[in-house]
Design a protein around this ligand. Structure first.
Ligand code: WT7
Length: 646
């Protein structure tokens, strides 16, 4: 038998959308039928949703796979689509309600965005930035981050946004790889009441990278910074005298729009390349159908523009659709654990999109925080970034969604550029923990190690068996690595690197990264399923499990568990939690050891670092952990894990 992944966790709850929601939804079931001719479907979306300078007649060029082209004879400008074309009908509509962490607030209309983007675009030109040049954006979540991305898009420069939580070294690696000439940064960024010294890090990076000619500095925190003559210029000085006349550059659909590095844990980061026409088509289409966006919605994607979620669903998708958004600068627990709920109440947010790691933190902090606020304006919730455990889904549904808002669990990747597997909220019954079905026009499969389809009911590897408009086109400067990483496992299939199972109705249940799958006595068991079983216990806030080598079973399951506020772990609980897993999944999945910890090691984007926990469990020397969001916790866990409970 070829190796798949076991399907053990059973979740039977189903949530159909309400009749009222269905009646007003942007997408009904007919959209799936509409997309049977998928190329025609995407062509129609491209023509209907985008204003082209030259409309594309070609749809997909697949003559040189896996280097696909979409709408290759089309011409457009992405910033024009996000701003200019809205001015005639909605210049005074709010584009962003921006909330600063210290409490300052700003509101930007579409006209304001136009004025700022054109001035910055002219400012960048005055620094010598030309079409095709690469610009790094290293900022916190202030309005300038979106403005800078759009200003680059307007003049045909390629942006590379580097998350503001990354170090000078990480920034320098990315600058070097892309040959960056200009960095846009700030005197600092607010994070949980203190200042992240962005400019100081940019200085260190620039010292290593001779390609950097200018650093543009946003004044945000009033923290003193060093300004190097000629090279460095204040953002406010740069834009002060600029005009708002700035013709948008006419771009080919396949010209590069941006590079975004995916944070590899050890290997050199991969510069994922996205282009213009196909990308904008798919982010606009998914943003409209998945988030059901209407003209009077107040939409909030609580991500950071340093990640692809911010690119596609804070900047390009929502702006192309002319949406009103909320943008928040800081941490969800500053000054207190109800900051996000306070913002939702104040601005009457209708749509809220966040990550499972955040939802599990909200659960841990307790139900009282959301209960203090009126969240009744919300009508749709979204989740992205990791598999969402059914218990966390139910909590989100009850405590944030008031048991009425549909939840869209959206599976996608930096590489896919836009949402790929997701419910259409007015057309698909949801199940807690399932991303449900491929988006119309998208095709996905569950395959075994030989690349053969696993029948419904079984588990295996997620593959995409047809190109899609917002797909990555290559890895910057490294086409061979693009082919090797994604296209060389099985002929003609894009290998996503995720485990997945499909239920009898064809719903997809993501099971975590393939590298995390455990092998227990010859059974391939997903970390997600065991973690979800642990999180079912009302005392558990979050859990991570790994397979550690075991002389008898090959691997034994080691669990790391954080408890809800106010709960103390003890020996009895360890026994009880093992029983919970045995009952939910089967005795084979019972953790051999359980360690209680205050936190779990996470990447800066909130993903649990299971590989590190595996090193701890197998008492290996720990590598560099400085890229983690919470490096301190690693030693603490290592100390506790050296006295395992078995
Ligand atoms: C990986 C991609 C897509 C924007 C943020 C992450 C995991 C993402 C889900 C989901 C289960 C998910 C996958 C994927 N992932 N969304 N709804 N259910 N897993 O982008 O950093 O490129 O990570 O995130 O493992 O491969 P990314």
């Amino acid at each position: 038998m070829s190796q798949g992944i076991e399907n053990l966790f059973v979740e039977n709850r189903t949530f159909p959308p309400s009749e009222e929601f269905v009646a007003q939804a942007n997408a009904d079931k007919s959209v799936y039928d509409d997309a049977t001719d998928w190329k025609a479907f995407w062509h129609k979306q491209a023509l209907n949703r985008i204003t082209w300078f030259k409309e594309p007649t070609e749809v997909l060029d697949d003559s040189n796979p896996p280097f696909f082209k979409w709408f290759a004879d089309g011409e457009l400008n992405v910033a024009y689509n996000c701003i200019d074309r809205h001015l005639e009908t909605q210049a005074d509509k709010v584009a962003y309600h921006w909330v600063g962490e210290p409490g300052d607030e700003l509101t930007f209309t579409y006209q304001d965005v136009y004025d700022r983007v054109t001035k910055l675009a002219n400012g960048l030109k005055s620094l010598g930035v030309k079409r095709g040049d690469r610009v790094a954006i290293y900022l916190g979540m202030t309005p300038e981050i979106a403005i800078s991305m759009l200003a680059c898009a307007r003049i045909g420069a390629i942006h590379s946004v580097v998350f503001g939580g990354f170090s000078a070294d990480a920034l320098a690696d990315r600058i070097e790889d892309a040959g960056i000439t200009v960095i846009i940064t700030a005197d600092g960024a607010w994070r949980r009441g203190s200042v992240v010294p962005l400019k100081a890090a940019a200085d260190v990076a620039a010292a290593r990278c001779p390609t950097v000619e200018h650093i543009v500095v946003v004044k945000r925190t009033e923290k003193a910074v060093e300004m190097t003559d000629v090279r460095d210029v204040w953002y406010h000085d740069l834009v002060a005298e600029q005009s708002t006349d700035c013709e948008p550059e006419v771009m080919n659909a396949e010209d590069m729009l941006y590079i975004l590095y995916t944070s590899g844990t050890t290997a050199k980061p991969k510069g994922v390349v996205h282009t213009q026409g196909g990308y904008l088509t798919q982010v606009a289409t998914t943003h409209s159908y998945v988030f059901d966006i209407k003209p009077d919605d107040v939409y909030w994607c609580a991500a950071d523009c340093g990640w692809v979620t911010g690119h596609s669903y804070i900047v390009y998708g929502p702006m192309a659709n002319g949406a009103t958004q909320i943008m928040y600068e800081g941490a969800p627990n500053f000054p207190d654990n109800d900051r996000l709920w306070e913002i939702i109440e104040k601005y009457k947010a209708t749509i809220f999109y966040t990550a499972p790691t955040a939802i599990r933190a909200f659960m841990k902090w307790g139900d009282d925080y959301p209960a203090k606020h009126d969240l009744s304006s919300l009508r749709l919730l979204g989740s992205v970034g990791e598999p969402i455990n059914p218990e966390a889904w139910m909590w989100y549904h009850k405590h944030i969604g008031g048991e009425t808002s549909p939840i869209v669990d959206t599976w996608w990747q930096t590489e896919t550029g836009a949402i790929m597997i997701t419910p259409l909220p007015g057309a698909v019954d949801t199940k807690p923990g399932s991303a449900t079905l491929p988006f119309p026009g998208i095709s996905a499969d569950v395959i075994d190690a030989d690349g053969k389809t696993v029948p419904l009911g079984g588990g295996g590897f997620l593959a995409l068996d047809r190109p899609w408009p917002s797909m990555l086109r290559t890895l910057y400067g490294d086409p061979d690595r693009y082919v090797a990483t994604y296209w060389s496992q099985h002929d003609g299939l894009y290998f996503a690197g995720d485990g997945v199972k499909r239920d009898d109705e064809g719903y997809f249940w993501l099971l975590g990264r393939v590298d995390d799958v455990m092998n227990i006595s010859g059974h391939r068991i997903s970390t997600t399923e065991v973690e979800s079983a642990l999180v079912e216990d009302a005392r558990v806030a979050e859990a991570a499990v790994v397979g550690r080598s075991d002389p008898i079973s090959g691997e034994a399951i080691a669990a790391f568990v954080t408890l809800k506020s106010g709960v103390e772990g003890n020996e009895d609980m360890i026994g009880e939690l093992r029983t919970v897993v045995a009952d939910k999944i089967g005795p084979i999945a019972k953790p051999k050891s359980i360690v209680f910890t205050d936190d779990l090691p996470k990447t800066r984007s909130g993903k649990i670092m299971r590989r590190l926990l595996k090193d701890i469990s197998e008492q290996r020397q720990l590598g560099d952990v400085t890229t983690l969001a919470n490096a301190d916790i690693v030693q603490e866990i290592a100390d506790k894990a050296s006295t395992p409970s078995d």
